[in-house]
Ligand binder design. Structure first.
Ligand SMILES: [Mg+2]
Length: 386
């Protein structure tokens, strides 16, 4: 039965910013913002909890972040370092289970069901992972444990930072009921407002609302939303994703409609993913944009180009094309945007037809130079135009 599973959600606290504080101990306790420089229309990739107090959050334009928190130390993204630590975190996961679904560098679902006999309980596994990450790497993870992905993710967020929350089948309804409806996956600002206008503020109220009323808001998604409201979620932990794709995604604190900001966020993600492809010496044949609207709909838009590549410019052009096509047809306020590369092959196997041969060599040299400089001085020591 699906609900007898044991799922662990691990989410590193303010990951990029915490790594910077780890590597620069003088920054501990200070407001640290990691991301692109404001002059280059950069966006915030991560903010330390000290900076979040001022309202700074990821995917916010850096210029706005600095206005909110002028004393913050602003640092560029050092992707290579984060990848390195992410790999060490995954090595800790793998001691307990091979069933790992990475969501981003700092977030993953683990299905611990098959490991229980060996380790006793998911609680013990979650605690051991949290302790090992702290002892071995000096970083703090928030851990959520439950019978499914929705509840495990909710649990890891309930007591963040430095959280460790277990939601059992017995207490799940009690925990869910008083929470605001926005805690349900996919309920964004617009949906929340629509629910509120009908007097539905909490999950309990949603659960007790007549189906006809819910249908006017959720359409044919009513059964799915009601299942979530009851803490039921049958989605599997997809461990195969680990080998098959590299991705980056961000959930926005407030929904974003502005086309330019969304494009900035996307190209930032492409840059990160492209660099991770090169670090792994792989090339991708397919790109996928993941778009979650302010209501609960999540859609993906993919393109496969037959000639695998890890050239930033090639991937950016493709991503931009897919994005603009989506924007033209189905633009809307987004609460999440993600970019993934899949159809991975070993580097050097493909050529990207967007460029002629000499141009391609030039782009490769450019990427190599970028990676070298960024490895030393950080992600935005150099940044190319759009
Ligand atoms: Mg995190």
């Amino acid at each position: 039965m699906a609900e007898s599973r044991q799922i662990i959600h691990i989410d590193m606290d303010a990951f990029y910013a915490s790594v910077e504080q780890l590597d620069h101990p003088d920054l501990i306790g200070k407001a640290v913002i990691v991301g692109g420089y404001p002059k280059q229309r950069g966006v915030v990739s991560a903010a330390s909890y000290e900076a979040r107090k001022f309202g700074v959050h990821s995917a916010m334009p850096m210029s706005q972040a600095i206005r909110l928190c002028p004393d913050a130390v602003v640092l560029p993204v050092r992707m290579k370092r984060y990848v390195e630590l992410s790999k060490q975190i995954h090595a800790i996961f793998r001691q307990f289970t091979p069933q790992i679904e990475p969501i981003s560098l700092d977030e993953a679902f683990l299905d611990a069901t098959a490991s229980l006999r060996l380790f006793g309980s998911a609680e013990k596994i979650g605690r051991a992972i949290k302790d090992q990450i702290k002892e071995q790497l000096g970083l703090i993870a928030s851990v959520g444990i439950a019978a499914n992905k929705f509840l495990a993710k909710l649990a890891s967020d309930l007591d963040k930072p430095d959280g460790y929350v277990v939601i059992t089948e017995e207490d799940k309804q009690q925990i869910l009921d008083p929470l605001p409806v926005s805690q349900i996956w996919g309920v964004g600002k617009v949906t929340e407002k629509a629910l509120k206008s009908k007097g539905i503020n909490t999950i309990k109220q949603l659960r007790e609302t007549r189906t006809e009323i819910l249908r006017s808001i959720f359409g044919d998604q009513v059964p799915y939303m009601l299942r979530l409201a009851q803490g039921v979620d049958n989605r599997e932990v997809e461990s195969s994703r680990e080998a098959k794709s590299i991705s980056s995604e961000q959930t926005f604190a407030t929904d974003i409609t502005d086309k330019d900001i969304l494009l900035d966020v996307l190209l930032n993600q492409v840059e990160d993913v492209a660099q991770r492809l090169r670090i792994d010496d792989s090339e991708a044949k397919t790109i996928t944009l993941k778009l979650r609207y302010d209501d609960f709909r999540t859609i993906t838009r993919s393109k496969t180009f037959g000639h695998p590549t890890n050239i930033t410019k090639a991937l950016s052009e493709e991503a931009k094309e897919v994005f603009l096509k989506w924007h033209k047809k189905s633009a809307g306020a987004l609460r999440l945007l993600g970019f993934g590369a899949s159809g991975l092959q070993k580097g050097g196997s493909g050529q990207h037809q967007l460029f002629s041969e000499p141009d391609q060599e030039k782009q490769k040299r450019l990427d190599k130079a970028f990676d070298a400089v960024r490895g030393k001085f950080g992600h935005d020591a150099l940044r190319r135009g759009k």
